[in-house]
Write a protein that binds this ligand. Structure first.
Ligand SMILES: C[S@@+](CC[C@H](N)C(=O)[O-])C[C@H]1O[C@@H](n2cnc3c(N)ncnc32)[C@H](O)[C@@H]1O
Length: 189
């Protein structure tokens, strides 16, 4: 299947260039597929169906944005990343993998004027800060899919709700090194 071949090709790019650049720890060199590519694909369980605009905020080396773009070619995905070396890698990967549904935006989230229905944030910041960075990019009913750390607790959820952010777990951790995926949105209550 072409999508698997593309995911494997992206894994090879990460194993060489992203590990070399220090964006992925050398301990993960032989488990890039499990720890980064399959981990990124957990977002699929939380994404809305059908074609729409999406953003990956703080995409780094393309995680989770590139695996998601490969798996969901119906999405138009904007990879938002301000660091220029990472931007160069993202542009190279997009070209190598011929990802027609991906656009790299070489800027910080605060200077992006486009709004999207859904965004992802993995290893970007703590929950409240990730919402502060990403919430402004969302349409009024938009959702942020946040890759929470293992320390995620009901206290984090309460802190978000206290500032008007709804949140619900959309994918539970399956391995000891996983945290849950949390969908955040503007509270209507
Ligand atoms: C720890 S890396 C994580 C990269 C990737 N998401 C991952 O899971 O491997 C965080 C990335 O967020 C980017 N970043 C930090 N603040 C940002 C902001 N305000 N807007 C966009 N990107 C930001 C950084 O440049 C960095 O590449």
């Amino acid at each position: 299947m072409a999508q698997i071949a593309h995911l494997e090709a992206f894994t090879r790019l990460l194993r060489t260039r992203a590990v070399e650049a220090g964006w992925i720890g050398s301990n993960d060199r032989h488990r890039v597929w499990e720890r980064h590519v399959l981990d990124s694909l957990r977002a699929l369980a939380c994404l809305p169906p059908g074609p729409t605009d999406a953003a990956d905020i703080g995409s780094g080396a393309g995680l989770p944005g590139i695996p998601v773009a490969i798996a969901r070619p119906d999405l138009r995905i904007y990879l938002i990343e301000p660091k220029l070396r990472k931007v160069a890698f993202l542009e190279f990967a997009v070209e190598q993998l011929e990802l027609a549904n991906v656009t790299v935006l070489p800027q910080a989230a605060r200077s992006v004027t486009r709004q999207v229905k859904v965004a992802t944030a993995r290893a970007l910041a703590g929950p409240a800060e990730a919402w502060a960075i990403g919430g402004t990019l969302l349409e009024p009913e938009g959702q942020l899919i946040y890759f929470a750390g293992r320390s995620w607790s009901e206290r984090d959820a309460q802190a978000l709700r206290a500032v008007g952010v709804s949140c619900a777990i959309c994918s539970r951790p399956r391995f000891a090194w996983h945290g849950p995926l949390v969908i955040m949105g503007r509270s209507t209550a």
